[in-house]
Design a protein around this ligand. Structure first.
Ligand code: PYC
Length: 315
């Protein structure tokens, strides 16, 4: 139980409109075990701190926080755990771009290639001369292709189950154009898909819940390959084109023979921001590479006041 004010230093940024908060100091110690174990430790013992930094009133629904933790492999620059308003993430593409931009702004990295540990594997990042960042994500693959799903109110749809560092259900069956005026309709539809997946017992590998739903459509913008709408686990939509969702999409495109290795895929987000993506073949699937750009928005000192009834979020 805290009896004095607690402070955490953080830097906020956004990547294609999607916010990231890099927590530099003040988060409870997560030990020195493998990052997957530290993720579990966080879930089991420090969930209140997660809510304090990521959820309202200090955070917001779309915000992803990047908690720095020492790497296991000394060759890696750092370890990172990503959390949001409702829990933890395996990986986060927009968040990784925000993290690299933030560390560069602090002088902790220059241009060139670095490795960063996540609970789902090692990620290679490259900061380019122009300030953009490439992320070579964890190996991504499609688990199930074109599976039918009955969605109440919509009938039978089809979609792919794919891994891009998080689990995705990706469908081209959209109830309305992917434009902002349809936000309510798209959110309700994607939420229905998520419940229908649960009810039908459709999951990622090892029974892990599919907690990200990606709607894909052609982009109305010339020279862009597709536009998406990604519903994140906490019911917010991703303002960025979603790095892990784009990775999962690439895995499906590769398997369908629709995108050759090395070719550029320009993925547009729901708000019009763009990631450039490509891949090299892997053993099980593909190794995706996502390029985007982040911008700083704040240097913040978060305060947790023990007298605040909402110090650890709004229950
Ligand atoms: O960019 O991978 C991503 C992501 C996941 C959730 C929000 N953004």
């Amino acid at each position: 139980m805290m009896i004095t004010m607690h402070y955490l230093d953080a830097i906020d940024s956004h990547t294609g409109g999607e916010p990231t908060r890099v927590v530099l100091t003040g988060f409870p110690d997560l030990g020195s075990g493998p990052l997957a174990a530290r993720r579990m430790l966080l879930q089991q013992h420090h969930d209140a701190f997660r809510a304090a930094i990521a959820a309202e009133p200090r955070g917001s629904d779309p915000l992803v926080c990047a908690i720095l933790t020492p790497p296991v492999d000394p060759a890696a620059l750092t370890g990172v755990l990503f959390v949001n308003n409702v829990g933890t993430l395996g990986m986060c593409g927009h968040g990784m771009i925000g993290l690299v931009h933030t560390l560069a702004s602090l002088g902790r990295m220059g241009t060139g290639t670095y490795r960063i540990e996540t609970p789902v594997g090692l990620v290679a990042v490259e900061r380019h001369e122009d300030g953009s960042v490439s992320v070579e994500n964890v190996e991504s693959y499609r688990l199930q292709a074109s599976i039918p799903l009955d969605v109440p109110g919509h009938g039978r749809i089809k979609g792919d189950v794919a891994w891009g560092g998080n689990w995705f259900f990706i469908t081209h069956d959209c109830p309305a154009p992917l434009v902002r005026s349809n936000l309510g309709t798209l959110t309700a539809y994607a939420a229905n898909i998520r419940s229908a997946l649960g009810q039908a017992g459709i999951s990622g590998a090892d029974g892990v819940e599919i907690d990200h739903i990606e709607l894909q459509s052609p982009s109305p913008t010339p020279n862009l390959d597709a536009r998406n709408f990604v519903l994140c686990p906490g019911m917010a939509y991703d303002r960025s084109p979603c790095g892990t969702g784009t990775s999962a999409t690439l895995a499906c495109l590769a398997e369908d023979g629709r995108l050759p290795p090395g070719a550029i895929w320009r993925q547009e987000s729901f708000v019009g921001s763009v990631f450039e993506a490509s891949y090299r073949p892997g053993k099980r699937g593909i190794w995706p590479r996502i390029r985007g750009r982040a911008h700083l928005t704040a240097h913040t000192r978060l305060v947790i006041d023990p007298a605040d009834p909402f110090a650890f979020g709004i229950p």
